[in-house]
Design a protein around this ligand. Structure first.
Ligand SMILES: [Zn+2]
Length: 332
């Protein structure tokens, strides 16, 4: 294939870290210096050693109405690294240490969600790196086998994706609950491992959620900026019942997230329109409720990181996501 074609293929597979180790391996070959975001715990461990306990402070401030996730008692050294080199990453920042409740400020006027059940899935978990056996157990996603979960990415100064994802997710949950929604979370702290991707989907199915979203930040190329939304294609027997609504959800959230944050569409994914259709994500393939992933920004890009590490931005991001879910629910 030509170089442009190869680049397109590479960026197509860029995205969330629940991609199979096989795809990671392919990308590692095709894109040296590629994404730690998609490394499984085992593949990451193959390429690096566990880093020292964190010493840097979490990127928090007191400016926003919401606060960050509860503290953990154990530091989360991260075992991911940029593939395929053996460079050691900066120590991971500990999860934020403040524990004040996240408020639903700014939700006045959010309509369409009262009485609805919303699944919120913060990607990864803070202790995944320490549970490689569990995280690497195979799970069937309908089209193939993937690992249970992955560790996620982190910023250059050690702000972990699992911490970030939970922070944004709790803000979204607070906004939606403030507007009368029934929110179901796949995890509510950053202190454990998993759940596996099939269980993350099952939680939404069992809840008969009206809509679901997995919240992530990406480990894209350092020069790549922006966010994108991932939706499933129609796969017979798997997603054929949710594909159309998931695409509509993707369009709704893309618009409101863009408006709320000002972040550009990802410059390194697909056609640059902020959308990516993927059939290799268990959290989507196994969902029986309309669902998308949002890669809210690129943790490898310095400009995006500057936003992601601000709690004022994370509140804007959460508001944008909540607005998109509401827009979708109003359109049902
Ligand atoms: Zn992720």
């Amino acid at each position: 294939m030509t170089d442009p074609e190869r680049r397109r293929q590479q960026v197509f597979v860029a995205g969330c870290c629940v991609v199979a180790a096989a795809i990671v391996a392919i990308t590692m070959l095709a894109w040296p210096g590629g994404e730690s975001h998609r490394l499984t715990a085992s593949s990451a461990a193959h390429h690096t050693t566990t880093t020292a306990p964190p010493t840097t402070a979490p990127p928090t401030s007191t400016a926003a109405p919401a606060t960050t996730a509860p503290a953990t008692t154990a530091p989360p050294p991260v075992s991911t690294t940029r593939a395929p080199s053996t460079t050691t990453r900066a120590p991971a920042a500990p999860p934020p240490t403040t524990a004040a409740p996240i408020t639903a400020a700014g939700t006045t006027g959010l309509t369409g969600v009262a009485g609805k059940t919303v699944l919120i899935d913060p990607g990864h978990n803070g202790q995944n790196y320490a549970h490689t056996t569990q995280i690497n157990q195979p799970v069937n996603i309908g089209t193939k086998t993937l690992t249970c979960d992955t560790t996620g990415t982190q910023t250059k100064d050690g702000y972990t994706e699992s911490t970030y994802n939970l922070d944004v997710a709790l803000r979204v949950a607070a906004i939606l609950r403030g507007a009368g929604a029934n929110v179901v979370m796949t995890r509510s702290d950053n202190n454990g491992w998993g759940p596996c991707i099939n269980e993350r989907a099952a939680i939404g199915n069992r809840a008969h959620a009206d809509v679901g979203i997995s919240i992530h930040a990406d480990g894209g190329p350092v020069t790549g900026r922006g966010f994108h939304v991932i939706y499933p294609p129609s796969i017979a027997g798997l997603t054929d019942d949710i594909a159309a609504n998931s695409k509509r959800l993707a369009l709704d959230v893309r618009g409101t997230y863009h408006d709320a944050t000002g972040l550009p569409y990802a410059t390194y994914v697909g056609a640059g329109d902020g959308l990516s259709e993927r059939s290799d994500l268990g959290g989507l393939n196994l969902s029986d409720v309309p669902k998308i992933f949002i890669e809210t920004g690129n943790m490898q890009n310095p400009t995006d990181t500057g936003f992601l590490e601000r709690d004022t931005f994370r509140q804007q991001a959460a508001q944008g996501i909540a607005d998109g879910l509401a827009r979708y629910l109003r359109g049902q």
